[in-house]
Design a protein around this ligand. Structure first.
Ligand code: HMG
Ligand code: MG
Length: 297
């Protein structure tokens, strides 16, 4: 069995983790969280989203965050942008990397970004053109890669098509999102096999919500398939406002524990991530969803 020697972790807690929170979280608490995460050695952090504040009110202060976090050398601070308007706002805030996001399911695309998959791809073209001109790197997301809350089963071939489109327009990496966490290990293998026929595996990342407790097994299956980039969320925070019942991503702490035991290097200090997760869980007034944090604290 050959596993990757090192893995890149994309910390999505401040964005995917907090976007669904109903209570207003203060700018100071968000800044503290992001700085805690970079101090723990995490080298890629999704800070927020430049989306409509009417659609996702919690992300409305993303621009402000970029001005207040302590940006460390060697750390990528990224944000979501659904269209050129969002990208322009991100540029103004000094963002150096953005993610565009679409889906492999038409119904989810309509609910999440109010347009079809094809329309979303068309919106990304001018965004990517502008990103190229400004030297901004663009990552892509494909939601509902292993199932849709509205359509049910999603064919891997559809995921492969959307992924290939994103790469063709200039995304340097595409994260395959199990938005509602229904996927299991064999489905994950099959997904990577099908998507990998059209897109090299080194351009793929895994984004597993842990709603059904399958995220770590899906990650292990992905590692065996040669995937070496995973999105995770401190304290297992999160969910998507347009995927009812979806819980958080795999907890960063739980992923770090697995990778460490597998001898895979991340350069991240687990105990510092646990401390960050404890702090934000206290702010939110709820228990920590990371099992490793609960076991080790
Ligand atoms: P729309 O209503 O179709 O857009 O929304 P529009 O172009 O018709 O504009 C309507 C209003 O929104 C206008 O303002 C625009 O200016 C404004 P008004 O005239 O009414 O005052 N607007 C914007 N404002 C700020 N930033 C922008 C922006 N664009 C338009 N960028 C839109 C389309 C995409 C904007 C909307 O549907 C939206 O913001 N959706 C956000 C969805 C979202 O953030 N979902 C969660 C993130 S995705 C996710 O969690 C999945 C992921 O984790 C992977 C996985 O798990 O699968 C990534
Ligand atoms: Mg997500």
């Amino acid at each position: 069995m050959s596993l990757p020697k090192s893995v890149k972790i994309v910390e999505v807690g401040p964005r995917d983790g907090l976007q669904n929170e109903k209570q207003q979280i203060s700018v100071a608490d968000k800044v503290r969280l992001i700085d805690d995460l970079s101090n723990a050695g995490i080298s890629y952090i999704e800070v927020g989203s430049f989306v409509s504040p009417k659609w996702v009110p919690q992300m409305a202060n993303s621009a402000e965050l970029f001005g207040l976090i302590r940006q460390k050398r060697g750390v990528t601070y990224a944000a979501l942008a659904p269209n050129l308007k969002g990208f322009d706002a991100a540029l103004l805030a000094g963002v150096k990397e953005v993610s565009v996001f679409t889906a492999a399911s038409e119904a989810f695309s309509q609910k999440n970004i109010n347009c079809s998959i094809t329309e979303s791809l068309q919106r990304f073209v001018p965004l990517l053109d502008s990103a190229r001109q400004h030297g901004v790197a663009v990552r892509g997301y494909v939601s509902c890669a292993l199932g849709c809350p509205y359509e049910g089963t999603v064919a891997p071939e559809r995921v492969a098509w959307v992924t290939q489109e994103l790469v063709a327009m200039g995304c340097y990496e595409v994260s395959l999102g199990d938005t509602i966490g229904t996927g299991t290990a064999l489905e994950t293998r099959r997904l990577i096999e099908v998507v990998g026929r059209m897109t090299p595996r080194q351009l793929l990342a895994g984004h597993f919500h842990d709603t059904y407790g399958q995220a770590l097994t899906n990650i292990f299956a992905s590692l065996e398939e040669g995937i070496a980039v995973f999105d995770s969320s401190v304290a297992g925070l999160g969910g998507c406002p347009y995927a009812k019942g979806a819980s958080g991503n795999i907890a960063t702490e739980d992923l770090l524990y697995l990778l460490d035991k597998l001898g895979i290097d991340t350069g991240i200090d687990l105990s510092a991530v646990i401390a960050a997760g404890e702090r934000i869980s206290a702010v939110l007034g709820r228990g920590n969803d990371s099992r490793v944090a609960r076991a080790l604290r």
